[in-house]
Design a protein around this ligand. Structure first.
Ligand code: PEP
Ligand code: MN
Length: 266
């Protein structure tokens, strides 16, 4: 059987557009923002710096898949409204996670791109609904998913009518806790050999360590990734989620300056 996601079926790269931002056309798309949308001030501070230094998309979670049910679960629709306000103010398209099939219509009413988190990579009911949602999808790799399983997860979205899928490597489970996950950087070119879909790297979740985000971001650029997902926060030590891996806004600016020039917005 030939799969829609495979290079056999489509040898040339897919270009996935989110407004005027294109993944897979040879550029390097930086999406960034806080792990969780926490407040108007927090989100606008991030969006202002991201827009100012050439980031193309604002990414923040309103529905958060937290390991513990007692941790901050996100602002829900109020968070989506803040994202829409940031889009209006700064002209950045917004990317945000949808966790359940039942939330697809609500999230699609606000988002420019729908994120499927790692834990939901094989939520097949959600993937089928996203096939019909009319918005591009950012599909993160499951923490223990093989590349073939990840490709089949994307196949669910394509085969249900939506060709616009961007894949995101975010690290996998292994034995050494020196990083939160193991950044499987080889997965990026390996996936690009097998599939025509764009592939980006998320060095924030892949490492869990702020100091490792910039070097791995540059590595992603060097190996031909189609972009990055990076977490940043005006005050990471007080973040309600993922503070240890979030760059300060100054660090985010420095990272953007350190990426090869051709990768920054003209
Ligand atoms: C996130 O993007 O904030 C997130 C929860 O990531 P992941 O699904 O990769 O764990
Ligand atoms: Mn996060």
């Amino acid at each position: 059987m030939k799969f829609l996601v495979s290079r056999e079926v489509q040898p040339e790269n897919s270009v996935v557009r989110v407004g005027d931002v294109a993944f897979g056309e040879g550029g390097f798309v930086v999406m960034a923002g806080p792990c969780s949308v926490e407040s108007e001030d927090q989100l606008m501070a991030c969006a202002s710096v991201i827009a100012d230094c050439g980031g193309q998309l604002l990414r923040g979670g309103a529905f958060k898949p937290r390991t513990s049910p007692y941790e901050f679960q996100g602002l829900g629709e109020a968070g989506l409204k803040l994202l829409a306000l940031a889009r209006e103010r700064f002209g950045l398209g917004i990317v945000t996670e949808v966790m359940t099939e039942g939330d697809v219509d609500l999230v699609a009413a606000y988002a420019d791109m729908m994120q499927v988190g790692a834990r939901n990579m094989q939520n097949f009911a959600l993937l089928k609904a996203l096939g019909r949602c009319g918005k591009p999808v950012l599909l993160k790799r499951g923490p223990s998913a093989t590349l073939k399983e990840w490709m089949m997860a994307a196949e669910y979205v394509l085969s249900n009518g939506n060709p616009d899928v961007v894949l995101c490597e975010r690290g996998i489970r292994s034995f050494d806790s020196h990083t939160r996950n193991v950044c499987d950087i080889a997965a990026v070119p390996a996936m690009k050999e097998m599939t025509h879909l764009p592939v980006i790297l998320d060095p924030s979740h892949a490492t869990g360590r702020r100091s490792l985000v910039a070097p791995l971001s540059r590595a992603a650029a060097a190996i031909g990734a189609d972009g990055l997902l990076v977490e940043c926060h005006p005050d990471p030590d007080r973040a309600l989620s993922d503070g240890t891996q979030s760059l300060t806004l100054d660090q985010f600016r420095d990272l953007m300056m350190s990426l090869p020039c051709r990768m920054l917005k003209a």
